[in-house]
Design a protein around this ligand. Structure first.
Ligand code: ADP
Length: 363
């Protein structure tokens, strides 16, 4: 059975065609710079048409007929409080995704455009939405509510949602496999460390807390995002620097984190390069990055009443063993030898393909 996975980001559309029985990727690629000046791709709608052409045309065509694709799985960033699981896309589901666009203005609209385009270019093929927020819907109220007047939660849905849920779910399931123990008996801390970084406390297979919040800004120090911050700093800086809310938003998302502290780069490979050259600010950025992870491991072990393993994934988590090794060494006196530190390759696309396959089989 062939399943197509589509991931429409703010200016890109990634795709992977899976043979699900063999867990094998038949073809994959990315359309970038969507909608930019001089780009060959006008919109996400157009991107899906280009993907269809790539799959079906030319000598390297992956398929002979569109009928070979039995389902399409879409990554959707925000499912609000409505979606705890992946779901078959209907008109009603599309309206909900649209409703949550307000909470994810850069991500939900392109996903929705991709879904609509697939209806046109892959007619009759069932589509499934896999939400970044879904895995964290098991968080209890005390973890997801902020100390704001309660009516803001009711009026605007202000609460912690968490993101990267597909990755946290995938790596917790893989960790159970590696540890040869049932997920239902494990207390895990998962760390997805890429450009965006987040951690989750996964108790018996369910997320009970996560570092990202109402938006992906909260929590760890990231490539260009600040992570945790005293909210008074925001209003203070807006006054002092005469920043509009859009400019402040832009700064917190694009000019902080590793980039802001080091003044050099948002990329951990560059930070590592400058540390080796003796650059103090690069070192400081790395130290803040590591310290926050350490702090959350302790917090989450405490929230779960114990800990079996800490799992690292994502570009940094998978390629920089020193992050895992340093934390393991520093935390040994606190956690003891029994707690395992694992590196696991995350594969969100495979999980999207599997969920899509499962839902389609049940139709
Ligand atoms: P995204 O969150 O955009 O999917 P990735 O998971 O690819 O990003 O992670 C990007 C981060 O991973 C960057 O900071 C990059 O420097 C880091 N990274 C990628 N490869 C390596 C590597 N070989 N060694 C160290 N860091 C790496």
């Amino acid at each position: 059975m062939l399943i197509l996975v589509i991931n429409c980001g703010s200016s890109s559309a990634k795709y992977q065609l899976f043979n699900i029985e063999k867990k094998r990727v038949i073809k994959k690629g990315v359309i970038e710079r969507i909608g930019e000046k001089n780009s060959a791709c006008r919109s996400h709608y157009h991107a899906i048409e280009l993907i269809k052409n790539k799959l079906t045309r030319g000598k390297k065509a992956a398929i002979k007929s569109l009928k070979e694709i039995e389902g399409i799985g879409h990554r959707v960033v925000h499912g609000g409080e409505e979606f705890e699981k992946s779901t078959l896309i209907t008109g009603k589901v599309m309206r909900s995704i649209e409703k949550f666009s307000e909470l994810a203005p850069l991500h939900n609209p392109p996903a929705l455009e991709g879904i609509a385009a697939c209806r046109k270019f892959f007619p009759g093929t069932p589509e499934v939405a896999v939400f970044d927020t879904a895995f964290h819907q098991t968080m209890p109220e005390e973890a997801y509510l902020y100390g704001l007047p309660f009516y803001f939660y009711k009026k605007y849905g202000i609460r912690r949602y968490g993101f990267h849920g597909t990755s946290h779910r995938f790596i917790s399931e893989e960790a159970a496999r590696v540890l040869k123990r049932p997920l239902k008996k494990l207390k895990l801390v998962t760390a997805h460390l890429g450009n965006g970084c987040s951690m989750a406390a996964v108790l018996r297979g369910k997320s009970i807390d996560t570092t990202m919040g109402f938006t992906p800004l909260e929590g760890l120090l990231m490539g260009t995002r600040s992570g945790d911050l005293d909210p008074a700093i925001v209003t203070y800086l807006m006054r002092k620097e005469r920043l509009t809310s859009a400019a402040m938003d832009d700064m917190l998302n694009k000019k902080c984190g590793l980039l802001g502290v080091s003044g050099l780069s948002n990329d951990m490979r560059d930070i590592r390069f400058y540390i080796r050259k003796g650059n103090k600010r690069a070192r400081l950025a790395y130290d803040i990055f590591l310290y926050r992870i350490k702090k959350y491991i302790g917090a989450y072990a405490s929230a779960m009443g114990g800990l079996d393993a800490v799992v690292f994934a994502g570009g940094i988590g998978e390629n920089m063993p020193e992050v895992k090794n340093t934390l393991q060494k520093e935390l040994r006196p606190v956690l003891g030898k029994r707690v395992k530190f694992l590196k696991i390759h995350t594969n969100e696309e495979l999980l999207i393909a599997k969920d899509t396959h499962k839902i389609i089989k049940s139709l």
